[in-house]
Design a protein around this ligand. Structure first.
Ligand code: PHE
Length: 459
């Protein structure tokens, strides 16, 4: 089957950045930072982003580029090569297959609750868009209550989102993602910087900056390291197979490491801006916000109360929706690529099948706070349980397995050539740094993060 290819290098960057920059930076990061006590978490997060995230991202892209396959068939191909050289054990093959399957299942679940969240964004977007015309309540806190109580409304909104995503992805990869995401990102970053400028006069700014950037290590808990590793994976789209799929569309002449590096830097910067924007608003908000609702309980309120804020609210939610849409496209693309590679389904059929399966995982997430409230665990409803389990446990595990494959099973010569820079300088050093981090830093950090989480479970 003929594979799509990125038309331009910029197109690939835009799409990889579009995948990285979704709800992770704006919705997820602030709520996780809030739970883990602020600055100290942010500090370790950025270290892990650099020494664990970048090498892992490069590893995923390399697997995709060198095999030209999506996750499941990439694993098959690597196993087949090893069988040919006569040193593959059945157990190893099965293990790889299992890891690839887990990565696809993880993707499916994430698309599910991501759609519910995207539905929330749509709800706010419609609210801000209709504000000038209808006499709607100014209390944005009510909006969250409405959503929380009405499970079917959430299911409806998530379905609208999923259908839009499926229609676009079903058409074709390049047409679907490359062009689309390219336009959204710069607008959103500009809007965020502008909002940051608006927030500068709030009296809560000092406290918020102190909370967000001053590292008080006593506030960390046993889950913090795992949460940091998990969020790095989530935000850079590692452990989903997404970047393997993306790498498989890369042209031969494109260089992987530089791409990984730039994507991570862009993502880190937007995350930082998001934190600086959201925390002053969290501190200023009349609602006691926490957990996955944090962003939705705080930011809209600011828009309603500040002068001209309603327009900003509209711009903000329009951009946030487009970012969520771009990320959803890449997520579902990963499922679709696996379905077309493995089951040889037509692209559009695969898109609808993927959409339907993801819908099934969206329903429990939408009904968690209402009809399925009895399945809550402490104060965490189904959406939050899904999010934490997948991100803090499964993503690091898949990422770890993929890192071993990228380090041990790819052709040494071809792989090291990827590190050649255009002018040939520095490549050796970069390659060795990458290998070092993949061997001596990535596995211990992930093991430690997971191990501490296990200890916390038993406490
Ligand atoms: N990285 C995206 C975010 O931060 C989520 C995502 C994961 C998107 C995998 C695409 C693929 O929201």
């Amino acid at each position: 089957m003929k594979r799509g290819m990125w038309g331009t290098r910029l197109g690939f960057y835009m799409a990889a950045i579009g995948a990285a920059f979704g709800l992770g930076s704006l919705w997820r990061f602030p709520y996780v930072v809030h739970e883990n006590g602020g600055g100290a978490f942010v500090f370790i997060y950025f270290i892990i982003l650099t020494v664990v995230g970048i090498p892992l991202l490069v590893g995923d892209l390399l697997i995709g580029k060198l095999t030209k396959r999506s996750t499941i068939s990439a694993m098959r191909q690597i196993s087949a090569q090893q069988t040919a050289s006569g040193n593959l054990q059945t157990l190893q093959r099965k293990f790889r297959w299992l890891i690839a399957m887990i990565s696809v299942v993880v993707c499916i679940f994430i698309v599910g609750y991501y759609s519910v969240l995207s539905g929330w964004v749509l709800h706010y977007l419609v609210h801000f868009a209709t504000m000038p015309f209808v006499d709607v309540s100014d209390k944005t806190g009510d909006l969250m209550n409405i959503l929380r109580e009405r499970g079917l409304l959430q299911v409806l909104l998530a379905s609208v989102h999923l259908i839009l995503v499926v229609v676009i992805v079903g058409k074709s990869f390049e047409e679907g993602i490359e062009r689309f995401v390219g336009y959204v990102m710069p607008i959103f970053v500009m809007a965020l910087i502008f909002l940051l400028y608006q927030v500068r006069n709030l009296d809560t700014l000092d406290n918020a900056v102190q909370f967000f950037l001053y590292p008080d290590f006593s506030k960390l808990n046993l889950n913090s390291l795992g949460a940091a590793v998990g969020h790095v994976c989530f935000t850079l789209s590692i452990g989903f197979g997404a970047m393997i799929t993306f790498g498989s569309y890369l042209k031969d002449e494109a260089r992987v490491p530089a791409t990984g590096f730039r994507v991570a830097i862009m993502d880190g910067l937007t995350t930082l801006i998001a934190g600086l924007l959201v925390f002053p608003l969290v501190f200023a908000s009349p609602y006691m916000a926490s957990g996955p609702e944090l962003l939705f309980q705080t930011v809209p309120n600011f828009f309603v109360e500040s002068e001209g804020g309603k327009i900003f609210g509209l711009v903000f939610f329009a951009c946030l929706y487009l970012a969520a849409f771009g990320a959803s496209l890449s997520l579902i693309e990963t499922v679709v690529a696996n379905l077309t590679d493995v089951l040889r389904l037509e692209r559009s059929t695969a898109a609808w099948v993927a959409g339907l399966i993801c819908f099934l995982t969206a329903v429990p997430a939408a009904l968690g706070p209402n009809m399925l409230a009895q399945f809550a665990w402490g104060d965490q409803n189904i959406l939050e349980i899904m999010d934490k389990t997948i991100v803090n446990w499964f993503l690091p595990l898949v990422a770890l397995a993929m890192s071993t494959i990228a380090r041990k099973r790819l052709n040494e010569k071809v792989r090291s050539e990827e590190f050649l820079l255009e002018n040939d300088s520095g490549s050796e050093i970069m390659y060795h740094h990458w290998l070092f981090l993949m061997k001596w830093v990535v596995p211990p950090v992930i093991f430690l993060g997971l191990g501490l989480q296990v200890v916390a479970l038993f406490q």
